[in-house]
Design a protein around this ligand. Structure first.
Ligand SMILES: [Mn+2]
Length: 347
């Protein structure tokens, strides 16, 4: 397995270096933004033509990708970073755009040979590869951007970094760049406020600021700080409106009312309050026309449940301790299936 993974990652590295025009599609969260900056900074030295693209926030199908914009750019390679899209969707993208697709990611996925650098798909644990920035560091041999690598780690791990095996690396980075851990958390909150507000312009701006002025630039940027303030008001409001709708013992179901993409933010918060449970959050976002089921547990590994749900043909994406299901209708009948399987495993 290791050899295949290594050769896949090396292949990704090679095709990026050999391509003149690179389209980078990256996830909208901090790890996605940080990963795109890491790759861009490596490529910049070689004077490549780059196009950045953020998929439609909240969606994980190729319909969320602006095919026309990518087509007009006519890239040699489309590099997808930290965006847990299914293999089937990737194949569709490759055939529509007639360009090679390369992936660097750490979301659970099927194995794909070729330009597919995803240690998790090859069976490695998430604690070894907790962020896409970490995979880029480990496999692309980046040595001079520990601050941006750390940003991705904290973005995905959140408070878990405090007991993580990479804590020492993070603290060393704090000293190296004279940025406190608190400021790293603040930078993550700032970057993530963009997608939570469903504000793509904010993401483009945040990426530019991170690329040109680094983390300190992000921390002191007024536009970005305003976004964070706005989000805090929205979250306070959403937390007041949350209610427990079903109690299955270990599994607790909540209903969330908010027209912002605060599902994971509130989900983490609730999961932290119910550390020994599995929390299920039902969230309708009218602005996106989407209904979500968000499941998180700090205590229990949900990987078996996730794989079981995937076999039930549900639209599910996630990792060991968290997964999200996109409902096909506003009624969200998928919730019954999710609860049935969860209570079977953890009832
Ligand atoms: Mn990530």
């Amino acid at each position: 397995m290791t050899i295949r993974l290594l050769s896949n990652c090396k292949y990704v590295s090679r095709v990026i270096s050999a391509s003149e025009k690179v389209a980078i599609i990256h996830h909208w969260d901090t790890d996605g933004i940080a990963s795109s900056v890491l790759i861009a900074n490596t490529l910049m030295h070689r004077a490549k033509e780059l196009l950045f693209h953020v998929p439609k926030i909240g969606f994980y199908t190729i319909e969320s990708i602006d095919i026309e914009r990518l087509g007009n750019f006519s890239p040699n390679i489309i590099l997808i970073l930290d965006y847990g899209i299914s293999l089937q969707e990737l194949k569709r993208l490759e055939s529509i755009l007639d360009a090679e697709v390369a992936i660097i990611d750490h979301h659970i996925n099927e194995v794909w040979n070729g330009a597919f650098c995803n240690p998790i798909a090859f069976g490695y644990s998430e604690s070894l590869y907790p962020s896409t920035t970490w995979i880029i560091k480990e496999f692309m041999g980046i040595r001079d951007a520990n601050d941006v690598i750390t940003l991705g780690l904290i973005g995905d791990l959140g408070k878990l970094i405090e007991s993580h095996r990479l804590k020492d690396y993070v603290l060393k980075t704090c000293r190296e760049y004279d940025i406190s851990l608190t400021d790293f958390f603040k930078a993550v909150n700032i970057l993530d406020s963009c997608y939570k507000l469903i504000d793509k312009g904010c993401i483009e701006h945040a990426r530019e600021v991170l690329m040109r002025q680094g983390i300190k630039g992000v921390l002191s940027n007024e536009i970005l700080n305003d976004k964070l303030r706005l989000l805090r008001i929205e979250i306070e409001h959403a937390l007041k409106n949350i209610n427990l709708v079903k109690d299955h013992g270990i599994v607790k179901v909540f209903n969330l009312l908010s027209d912002y993409y605060v599902t994971s933010h509130i989900g983490r918060e609730i999961a932290y309050r119910f550390k020994n449970n599995i929390i299920v959050l039902k969230h309708s976002i009218q602005k996106l026309g989407l209904n979500y089921i968000y499941v998180r547990s700090y205590r229990y590994n949900l990987r078996n449940v996730l794989e079981k749900l995937r076999h039930e043909d549900l639209c599910v994406g996630g990792k060991d301790h968290v997964f999200v299901i996109t409902c096909m209708s506003s009624y969200c009948k998928e919730l019954d299936t999710v609860l049935k399987i969860l209570t079977k495993y953890f009832g």
